[in-house]
Design a protein around this ligand. Structure first.
Ligand SMILES: Cc1cc2nc3c(=O)[nH]c(=O)nc-3n(C[C@H](O)[C@H](O)[C@H](O)COP(=O)(O)OP(=O)(O)OC[C@H]3O[C@@H](n4cnc5c(N)ncnc54)[C@H](O)[C@@H]3O)c2cc1C
Length: 237
């Protein structure tokens, strides 16, 4: 049986951070409830932000702007019609998505809503467990120790706001989870191949942790398969 990493109690647990989940969570928090959200993706916003409304409308808007530009007689008179590569269109959509994620993350933070990144499933009538997104747990897992850890993916701020495509990606973890001896924090400044903390920082954590554990001769604690679960108990209001 999977061992829970941590257990917390909330008045309301919302599953999913799309428009519906966001609205429910913010509403409950503004009415004084202790609220948590299980975010299906590695970032808030739901399918709406990451694969549905926002990307489709960002792509459509970019294409419409280009068509409007190319069909405007003033611009037609000064040169050939302009073209946008598919790559550029995707980059533009990605920028819009990042802005949405940053804005929505602030809503949750301001309202002190606890965020759990992963897939929620009921583990009892009043309890829900959240499994980390695919790959994150495995990327940080150590062969001989249970690890407790947290990923971080934060867009860098510059003059005038967030800088598109620039991130701090991090993973902080300690082990053995039940009787910690070592805590390691990995922070990558503008990683080049991917930017989710779970993708780029967690593997670095694992490499450092394995070396350090070996060097410090930390006693192995693992008695079962790595557990990527964080369990939350929601009590009846
Ligand atoms: C291509 C496309 C274009 C669209 N364009 C428009 C538009 O222009 N205007 C419009 O009004 N609507 C549009 N829609 C519809 C709109 O996106 C949806 O109505 C809206 O996203 C629904 O919001 P929601 O909060 O219910 O769910 P979602 O946005 O789908 O969010 C639900 C979230 O819950 C998460 N989740 C589910 N199960 C779990 C679990 N067990 N644990 C943790 N997380 C979980 C999912 O991963 C997801 O992130 C479009 C949809 C698509 C596909």
């Amino acid at each position: 049986m999977a061992k829970p990493m941590s257990a917390y109690k909330f008045d309301l647990l919302v599953i999913g951070s799309g428009p519906a989940g966001e609205s429910a969570a913010l509403n409950a928090a503004k009415h004084g409830q202790q609220v948590a959200v299980a975010v299906g993706h590695t970032m808030v916003g739901g399918s709406c932000t990451h694969s549905a409304t926002i990307p489709s409308k960002a792509l459509r808007q970019a294409v419409k702007s280009l068509v409007r530009y190319n069909s405007n007689p003033i611009f037609r008179a000064i040169g050939e019609p302009r073209r946008l590569s598919f790559q550029l269109l995707l980059q533009n959509a990605e920028t819009v998505i990042r802005k949405q994620v940053a804005m929505r993350s602030q809503y949750y933070a301001k309202n002190r809503i606890a965020m759990y990144f992963g897939t929620a499933s009921f583990s009892g009538p009043n309890s829900v467990s959240v499994t980390l997104p695919d790959g994150t747990a495995a990327q940080a897992a150590l062969e001989y120790y249970d690890v407790a850890g947290k990923t971080g993916t934060a867009q860098k701020a510059g003059r005038g706001g967030y800088m598109p495509g620039k991130y701090f990606s991090s993973f902080i973890g300690f082990f053995p989870a039940d009787n910690p001896e070592l805590c390691i924090s990995i922070v990558l400044d503008e990683p080049q191949h991917g930017y989710y903390g779970g993708q780029v920082a967690a593997p670095v954590f694992r490499q450092f942790a394995e070396l350090a554990a070996n060097h410090l001769n930390i006693r192995p604690d693992k008695t079962e398969e790595p557990t990527p679960s964080a369990q939350m108990a929601a009590h009846r209001p």
